[in-house]
Design a protein around this ligand. Sequence first.
Ligand code: AMP
Length: 285
Amino acid sequence: MIVANNRELLRETVQAWRNAQLKIGFVPTMGNLHAGHLALVKEAQQHCDKVIVSIFVNPTQFGPSEDFDRYPRTEQQDCQLLKACHTDLVYLPTELELYPTGRTTKTQILPAYADILCGIHRPGHFSGVAQVVIKLFNLVQPDVAVFGQKDYQQLTMLRQMTQELNFPIEIIAAPTVREEDGLALSSRNQYLTKQQREVAPCLYQTLTDVRDRLLSAKLNFATVIEEASNLLEEKGFKVEYLELRDSTDLSIVSSAQKEVTLLVAAYLGKTRLIDNLSFTLNNEI
Ligand code: AMP
């Protein structure tokens, strides 16, 4: 596995692969890798000859009171995991390389994405994500990029952005990897106390319960969701949102027979957890 601490080695290697007509896949991460990240690498390997993973804890996607400083940084362990699953190159940029001084441009995500769901509770977050992904796309120039469905709003936003900015990159979505009890793997799960960890799987259970209720009878979806949200609060969650949205563009669901996604964000203590579940709605709502 090539470890590229700078863009020169990255570009040189990519160029050589391009000359050899190899298809290049890319998985951007913030490190502290777990089985969810490694599943993205495997997904990329299915589609490509070479796979590049980047590790960079991107400051511009964290709010001032968020966990940028305490976000777990485990570079050596991450590199061992990536090597073990045959990653071809890991790119470890410095902050200066991605954010050179002298800014002339700004990346801004429009309200249709930025002012809904996570965007309301994390102002500037999606603009920060877009900014770093554009930079990484320009540096890596992959044929394919793989993102997790775990961060569903991020995935849909990046898919649309890639189209709008004419990046010749295919976006592939990989399913969420979960613990046996249903909790979606996340680097933030390690912040949970033992007691919170026991409660945490309720988040995914709630999503499957709401889906099952909506599919089993002609129920008013707003009522079902409100009841589920109240139940989560009773269990100790502080719910930011629990919403049903159109799976493609996250617009509000208004007609029957739609591909929908139920999205949730909730705090357990100081830890913010997100999850989602996609399904086809049969009922008139
Ligand atoms: P992060 O390092 O948290 O920025 O995540 C990097 C990539 O891994 C993103 O595309 C995430 O959606 C994806 N990811 C994170 N957790 C999971 C998971 N449990 N299952 C699948 N993909 C995940």
